[in-house]
Design a binder for this molecule. Structure first.
Ligand code: PLP
Length: 367
C-alpha cells in the first residue's frame, strides 16, 4: 500500500538529534561561552590573515582533494599525505566512516558516556549502537571487548573522551586493538590530543601506521580555534582512504577552511601557547572547585566535568545562576550526567569568575 508522504528509512526517527551547547544568556549581559570546548585564545593570526587573502576567488570551487591542507597536516605530523583525508569537521569523517562500514544488521560500539555524535552516525547508517559501560567515567577495555559480537563492524573510542575528559593510556588502547577481530574497525577520535600532557598517551598515529583496521580522527575546532570553518582530518590506511573518497562529498572542505587550516597547522607556536594556557588553568580551576566541595573528573582535555552534590546544590541551579551572570556551561544530562556540568577552560578572567560564582553558590548565597 502506498503511503501518503515520504518516510525516512527505518531507524532514522529513533535518532535523538544532537543538541549543541547553548550560547545565549540574558539580554544585555556579556557572555562567556564555555559550553563547546572552543579555544579561549582563538585561532592563529596567520590563519586569520589567510582568510583575508581569499577575497577574489569566491566564485571558484575549492580544490576537491584539499591537497594543500593535507600536505600541511602531513608536514607538521611527519605523515604521508596520501593517508590523510579531510572533512567538513571531523563529524563529517565520522559520518563517512559509518556510511562506508555500517549497514542494517551491523553493530557499532561506543562507550557509556562517549561523544553523542556516534549513536547518530551509527543509527543514520541503519546499524545498531551497542553501549559499553565505563568505570569511574573512563572507557573500560574489557567492557568494550565484552560487547564485541559477530555483528560488530566499528568501535568508536574518543581518546580523550568528551564530556568526561578522561583518557586511555597507550597500553590499554593497544590491548583493545589486539583483542579486536581484524575485520573490526577501531576509530580513535583524538579531538583533544594536542592538550594531553601524559607520557603514556598516544593519539593513534602509531596504531594507524602499523595496522589495517585503525583510523584516527582529529579536528581544527578545538586547539586550532577554527570551529566555525568546520575542518577535520583522518589518518587511515590506504584502503580506508579509498573507501571514504568514494562516498565523500566532492567539495566537502571549502576554500576558507583549506586556506585557514593550512596556515593554522603550521603555526606550532600558537598551538604551544594554547597548551601552556591550558596547563596553567586546567589544574587551577579543577583544584579550586574541589576545594569548595565539588567533584571534578580528572581531565586531560581543555574542559572539565563538574559533579554537583545533589538536590540542594544541583547542576540545574548552578547552571541557572551562572547563566544569569553570562557564563554558559554545558548541561550533560544527555550524556548520562543529570547532576553535572561541563566547563571549557576559558580565559583567566572567565575561569576566575566561574570559580567565584560557584563558590558563592556552594555557600548557599545564590544571588
Ligand atoms: C568537538 C569534538 C569533535 C570535533 O568535531 P568537529 O566536527 O571537528 O568540530 C569530535 N569528537 C569529539 C569527541 C569532540 O568533542
Amino acid at each position: 500500500m502506498s503511503k501518503n508522504r515520504p518516510e525516512p528509512k527505518p531507524g532514522i526517527l529513533n535518532i535523538a538529534a544532537y543538541v549543541p551547547g547553548k550560547s545565549a544568556a540574558p539580554a544585555g549581559i556579556k557572555t562567556a561561552k564555555l559550553s563547546s570546548n572552543e579555544s579561549p585564545l582563538g585561532p592563529s593570526r596567520s590563519a586569520v590573515d589567510a582568510l583575508g587573502a581569499l577575497n577574489n576567488n569566491l566564485h571558484e570551487y575549492p580544490d576537491a582533494s584539499a591537497s594543500q591542507l593535507r600536505q600541511a597536516i602531513a608536514d607538521t605530523h611527519g605523515l604521508n599525505a596520501d593517508n590523510i583525508i579531510c572533512g567538513n569537521g571531523s563529524d563529517d569523517l565520522l559520518s563517512m566512516l559509518a556510511n562506508a562500514y555500517l549497514g542494517p544488521g551491523d553493530e557499532a560500539i561506543h562507550t557509556e558516556h562517549g561523544f553523542l555524535y556516534y549513536p547518530i552516525v551509527i543509527g543514520a547508517a541503519g546499524a545498531k549502537a551497542v553501549i559499553a559501560k565505563e568505570k569511574d567515567c573512563q572507557a573500560d577495555v574489557d567492557a568494550i571487548l565484552a560487547c564485541v559480537s559477530e555483528k560488530t563492524r566499528i568501535v568508536f573510542l574518543a581518546n580523550p573522551n568528551n564530556p568526561t575528559g578522561t583518557y586511555l593510556p597507550n597500553s590499554q588502547v593497544r590491548r583493545l586493538h589486539e583483542a579486536l577481530p581484524r575485520d573490526v574497525l577501531l576509530v580513535i577520535d583524538a579531538a583533544y590530543a594536542e592538550y594531553v600532557q601524559r607520557n603514556d598517551y598516544e593519539s593513534g598515529l602509531e596504531l594507524v601506521s602499523n595496522n589495517e583496521n585503525v583510523v584516527m580522527t582529529r579536528t581544527f575546532s578545538k586547539i586550532h580555534g577554527l570551529a566555525s570553518l568546520r575542518i577535520g582530518w583522518a589518518y587511515a590506511p590506504a584502503h580506508i582512504i579509498d573507501a571514504l573518497n568514494r562516498i565523500r562529498g566532492p567539495f566537502n572542505v571549502n576554500s576558507a577552511a583549506i586556506a585557514a587550516g593550512t596556515a593554522a597547522i603550521a603555526d606550532t607556536a600558537h598551538v604551544q601557547n594554547c597548551v601552556i594556557h591550558n596547563n596553567e588553568w586546567l589544574p587551577w580551576v579543577s583544584e579550586q572547585l574541589e576545594k569548595i566541595g565539588l567533584k571534578v573528573t580528572p581531565s586531560v582535555g581543555n574542559f572539565i566535568l563538574i559533579h554537583f552534590p545533589g538536590e540542594k546544590y544541583s547542576a540545574d541551579a548552578a547552571d541557572n545562576l551562572l547563566t544569569s551572570k553570562g557564563y554558559i556551561l554545558r548541561a550533560v544530562t544527555g550524556y548520562g550526567f543529570p547532576n553535572a556540568l561541563r566547563m571549557t577552560i576559558g580565559t583567566e578572567e572567565e575561569n576566575q569568575s566561574v570559580v567565584e560564582i560557584l563558590t558563592m553558590f556552594m555557600k548557599g548565597s545564590n544571588s
